[in-house]
Design a protein around this ligand. Sequence first.
Ligand SMILES: NC(=O)c1ccc[n+]([C@@H]2O[C@H](COP(=O)([O-])OP(=O)(O)OC[C@H]3O[C@@H](n4cnc5c(N)ncnc54)[C@H](OP(=O)(O)O)[C@@H]3O)[C@@H](O)[C@H]2O)c1
Length: 219
Amino acid sequence: MAKIFQIGAAGGIGRRLSEMLVRSGARVTGMHRRAEQAAVIEGTGAAAVGGDLIEDSVQRLAELIAGHDVVVFSAGAHGTGVEQTNLIDGKGLEKAVDAALRAGVRRFILVSVFMDAHRGSQSTDGFENYIRVKREADVYLAATDLEWVIVRPGRLTDGEGSGLVAAGPALQYGTVSRDNVAEFIHEAIYTPSLRRRVIELVDGDKPVSAAMRELIETF
Ligand SMILES: NC(=O)c1ccc[n+]([C@@H]2O[C@H](COP(=O)([O-])OP(=O)(O)OC[C@H]3O[C@@H](n4cnc5c(N)ncnc54)[C@H](OP(=O)(O)O)[C@@H]3O)[C@@H](O)[C@H]2O)c1
């Protein structure tokens, strides 16, 4: 049985993914930083564990992660400012990566962002900082010898997932439902030959499993 450790498990992508994983028979541990999020995580069928990317040390995070097969990182500061973005999406990701290395957990899946987000529209200093921090986080993870996968979704939507995506190294910018992102990560977890790849992801016209097969066959 696959043992998955989710950071950001109570969030929009996290709880969708957790539900899918539990349904397919995985054992999921979901990390949360606020007490009330435990119920959200347990509602998906996962085990909830308290942990904070800002407050906790690498050693503490490593102790939580130890014994799992895969770490999925979908945490984020969700527009709460430059300082929080730097601490969560930036430094927090680095701590989680260091913790996975220390715990000996080799597979690490990161939800990043489509680097073209917001191009052509008016941006803000905060958003530019967010994109910069996300890229630096990708660089940090990609420089390790972990079996990492970096998923860069387009703009996230909450509508019901179509199950149809476009996934590849370079795509036109677009939207993608959180359902579809969760389904893609679920498929990636069970496709170990997908590793050390940066993948852009938007809603498209291929079933997730077919899109994954193509990624593997064309590499
Ligand atoms: N919005 C978009 O259009 C878009 C597009 C592309 C990529 N993304 C990326 O997608 C990812 C997740 O999206 P989402 O919709 O699932 O976001 P979300 O609903 O905001 O979920 C993020 C989760 O991370 C948790 N978190 C934040 N700081 C934490 C900390 N210090 N320690 C532990 N957990 C912490 C949050 O908890 P709290 O509620 O306590 O903060 C929340 O449960 C983010 O990395 C984001 O950058 C977003």
